[in-house]
Design a protein around this ligand. Structure first.
Ligand SMILES: [Zn+2]
Length: 96
């Protein structure tokens, strides 16, 4: 199965340019579970670990684009997707 990639905007630390970077769903799921996530910019050859603020921006972006559920579903954790949904408590996500 092809793992989908989800684009979201990142801001380049070098020039402040905003661009869309694509990340695999499992990477995003890990990030939402507290794993470090490496961001990169397209305008410069640079990558960096997402800050708490950037993680929050990613989470809000996923909520806004309805991708949060996909991320929660694919999250490979011992607790399963419910670990994500309970932590994030997004509205509209079915609880089971
Ligand atoms: Zn740049």
């Amino acid at each position: 199965m092809m793992e989908p990639e989800i684009p979201f905007p990142v801001t380049c630390p070098h020039c402040g340019e905003e661009s869309l970077a694509e990340f695999r769903v499992s990477v995003l799921a890990d990030a939402m579970l507290g794993e470090p996530i490496r961001l990169y910019a397209k305008c410069h050859l640079v990558s960096w670990d997402a800050s708490d603020v950037e993680l929050e921006n990613i989470r809000q972006h996923l909520e806004a684009t309805q991708d949060l559920h996909a991320v929660a579903c694919i999250a490979n954790t011992p607790e399963g997707p419910t670990a994500l949904s309970s932590t994030w408590a997004p509205t509209g996500l079915p609880t089971n």
